[in-house]
Design a protein around this ligand. Sequence first.
Ligand SMILES: [Zn+2]
Length: 152
Amino acid sequence: MECQTCGKNAVGEGLVEGARVPLCERCSGYADDFSYYAPPKTSKKQPNTLPAKAIRVSREIAYDYGKIIAKARDARGMTRKELAAKLFIHENELASFEEGRIKPSETLAKKIEFALGVKLFEEIEVDAEAKAAASKKDGGVSLADVLEVKKR
Ligand SMILES: [Zn+2]
């Protein structure tokens, strides 16, 4: 709001020549029945507690699956040939897994987990908070924005 008389930031409203108009601090002295604007109320819509963190869990094969397989196989004193035979795959295929060149399929990875007693899958927590904050920005005007505008 701008002061009706001088154009400065209005702080309230008063009667000037019978009309109720916005006025600044200085011009308020000339007005009848001047009253200050109510201070901005804290929005009741604003929740006091933070919303629960939304976490999506995604299951993926560990990025160092090759090392995990090779280490576990070594620990069991198995050769690549022996383990490959157990998994009904070719030794070369197992080698490419251990060297991290090819990712085993989910089915095969589960077989390897079972055969070696290791965990190849990682549960990755995807924090949805950042995503929510980004979408909030597009979702219109926040209280902070309103206060920012009023200051000017
Ligand atoms: Zn004024």
